[in-house]
Design a protein around this ligand. Sequence first.
Ligand code: DQA
Length: 150
Amino acid sequence: MIENSRKYILVLNGPNLNMLGTREPEIYGSKTLENIKDDMTSHGQGLGYNIDFRQSNSEGELVDWIQQSRAKMAAIIINAGAYTHTSVALLDALQSVEIPIIEVHLSNIFSREKFRHHSYISPVANGVICGFGVNSYILALEAAHDILNV
Ligand code: DQA
């Protein structure tokens, strides 16, 4: 019963994030996406949330999940991976959900190639956290919690 009354936070991960742990560890660290899921789940439980943690390499599937989150999720934390820099479709989907959105990145996208400096998602996000490795996700959860509790 208590479990069901908890708010849900949707954590969305875009393309290639399923490869964390082996993918460019000098940039993204050695933790796997499963490790991040476990950290987020336990931190979320501590703050009183159920974490719905998902990953897809498909832009359309991410759009579907964003659309379905309306009225079901309290907030969205999203690392859209490379779609951050390319996807008007994700922007449009996020624009319509009317719940808090926190954009996260493991790496500091502003210290990397110029094409990573622009995000289609940032204009509809409450805020952006990047550059703190897996801790970016935990900081995003704290930020969502702050927004939901004012
Ligand atoms: C990333 C940064 C993006 O530029 C890149 O395409 C990724 C990961 C990050 O978490 O640092 O896939 O979103």
